[in-house]
Design a protein around this ligand. Sequence first.
Ligand code: DQA
Length: 149
Amino acid sequence: MSLTIYCLNGPNLNLLGEREPAIYGKGTLADLETYSQNAAAAVGATLVFRQSNHEGELVDWIQEARRQAAGVVINAGAYTHTSVAIHDALKVLTIPVVEVHLSNPGIREEFRHKSLVSPAASGVIAGLGPLGYRLAIEAVVALNQQKRV
Ligand code: DQA
């Protein structure tokens, strides 16, 4: 049976392609979704790919993932650095959670150095652009396989 993975994207990621292309690249969110859907299909997973600018909606989707998904790939955008609500929602999950960032927040402004997602994540991938999404999807599948060993 194919694994369902939730790929959740936070604020301003809808503006990919227009938003600071020197940092985030020229690809749009639709391009990122196509790339991620192909990456999921290649490993036999079903991807639910969503974006919201609203913290509460992201929390609702994380809660939904508890029942519906075998893992979560999350780029919480700026909420990464501020959201206790997203941290708490992720903490409830018992499925793999992979934090992903297109850029590498660790080499950017000081306020991006702290992540409230990381303490609730199985692992973190940052700075690799869309490739990070592919690796995160593959990691969720691999972590699910490990569970069964
Ligand atoms: C980001 C990094 C965050 O610091 C920023 O607020 C974003 C995007 C990334 O993918 O590199 O919105 O999560």
